[in-house]
Design a binder for this molecule. Structure first.
Ligand SMILES: *Cc1c(COP(=O)(O)O)cnc(C)c1O
Length: 445
């Protein structure tokens, strides 16, 4: 009888992995609060704190009683119905809550919600909305997108097409990806090691303005992750750069799409990261933490103007409709998560987690292998000179009771909001120790 891990290795794909994956794999036996109980390939169990919130999503912790009860309640009513021609309470309540909490300003209010089944799909829908908006506005040739380098917007084709053209997957699908317009990355925000100068921001502004001018009669929208680029490199840029993008979009009649799939719901210290510069988008994507990490769901919000224009276009409709659109269980989970956020406790939680990460990760700056340490909200990042040995760092952290999943040259954490100061301290010191141990090994080898 082979072990579960062996059976997995014989049958499954894992994210961005070869079929013959030899990277270490752990079986999750239990999850509760901030903790996972893992079983390794030798059959040993490890209690670890999840510093990843299951990829930014599990903000209120595993088996949260409020979340569990909300889903059970909906399960006892019905778990799914089609959304064509039918509606239900969890979806309507979710749309109302999202619109009530979304940023807005006079003349620019988010008034309409499309419920998608994953973040990538919500980005596809946002891009479609923008193109349909421009077509319906008499500009059918405006079909390309301007974005900044270093971004990540998902793994479906249109979304991949606005991911970073070098670090994204463009080279593997050359004929299939739309040729979009890539502006340089903004200068880095002030961190322990670097400060963005006004001159650097002004120079960046000129470059983006020039690109937008050059392509203004073929662009539908500007799409960016606000303030923090996540999977594209955990890069923090000055919030005023979003304001610059908002102005450029307005100047040329382009829409501004903010992809808040990673940053939304408080992770960066504001409910939405665009709010660091009071920037209101025409289209907003949310996902990941939307359901408190319980079920897959994302949403694309748009202004009343976008919704009305798209609907009045020749197509007469927004051309998208997933089978599992507005899944009632997922909507019930999202409503429960938004209810927990509505207490406002997240603000204090995010500040506590952020302070713990800042203090706990600071010692990493003394390591030779480390080039930068930065935090924003409840996100903490150690950037290394060289690519991380993912297996070695993950193992070293697990041995110290912490779950992390580094990528490229980054070891980072975005703990659940419910993490205590002590737990964040354990996460941070395990990360620093894992980096220290694995980079020493490198020097030795
Ligand atoms: C994760 C992520 C996506 C994709 O979401 P999926 O649910 O994985 O499809 C898109 N944009 C950003 C900013 C993300 O972090």
């Amino acid at each position: 009888m082979s072990s579960l891990i062996e059976r997995d290795r014989a049958t499954l794909w894992h994210p961005y992995a070869p079929a013959s994956a030899t990277l270490p794999l752990w079986e999750v036996e239990a999850a509760d609060g901030v903790a996972l109980r893992l079983r390794d390939e030798q059959g040993h169990t490890h209690e670890v704190l999840d510093a990843m919130s299951s990829w930014w999503s599990m903000i209120h912790g595993y088996r949260n009683p409020v979340m569990d009860a909300a889903i059970s309640r909906q399960l006892s009513r019905f778990s799914h119905v089609m959304f064509g021609g039918l509606t239900h309470q969890p979806a309507v309540e979710l749309a109302e809550s999202l619109l009530a909490m979304a940023p807005g300003e006079p003349g620019r209010r988010l008034e309409r919600v499309f419920l998608a089944d994953s973040g990538s799909i919500s980005v596809e829908v946002a891009l479609k909305m923008a193109v349909q908006f421009q077509t319906a506005s008499g500009r059918p040739k405006w079909q390309r997108f301007l974005t900044i380098r270093g971004g990540y917007h998902g793994d479906t084709f249109a979304a991949m097409g606005v991911c970073d053209p070098v670090d994204g997957m463009h080279s593997s699908f050359p004929g299939l990806l739309a040729r979009n317009v890539f502006a340089p990355r903004p200068p880095a925000a002030a961190t322990a090691n670097a400060t963005a100068s006004a001159a650097a921001i002004a120079e960046w502004r000129e470059e983006v303005e020039e690109l937008a001018k050059q392509h203004s009669n073929e662009l539908a929208a500007i799409i960016v992750e606000p303030t923090l680029q996540g999977a594209g490199g955990m890069f923090v840029y000055p919030p005023e750069c979003m304001r610059i993008l908002r102005d450029i979009a307005d100047h040329h009649g382009l829409l501004l799409i903010l992809d808040e799939i990673a940053t939304g719901f408080g992770r960066t210290g504001e409910l939405f990261a665009g709010q660091h510069a009071d920037v209101v988008p025409d289209i907003l994507c949310v996902g990941k933490a939307l359901t408190g990490g319980y079920l897959t769901l994302a949403a694309t919000l748009c202004t009343g103007e976008v919704a009305r224009t798209v609907s009045a276009g020749e197509a007469g409709a927004l051309l998208h409709g997933p089978t599992f659109m507005a899944n009632p269980l997922a909507c019930a989970a999202a409503n429960a998560s938004l209810g927990i956020l509505a207490t406002g406790a997240w603000r204090e939680d995010v500040a506590r987690v952020g302070a713990g990460l800042a203090a706990g990760l600071a010692p990493a700056l003394k390591l030779d292998a480390v080039t930068d340490v930065r935090t924003l909200g409840a996100v903490g990042v150690i950037e290394l000179r060289d690519a991380v040995d993912i297996a070695a760092v993950t193992r070293a952290a697990v041995e110290r009771g912490v779950w992390v999943r580094p990528f490229r040259n980054l070891v980072y954490a975005m703990p659940p909001y419910i993490s205590s100061a002590t737990e964040v301290g354990v996460m941070a010191s395990a990360m620093v120790a894992a980096v220290e141990e694995t980079s020493e090994q490198r020097v030795a080898a």
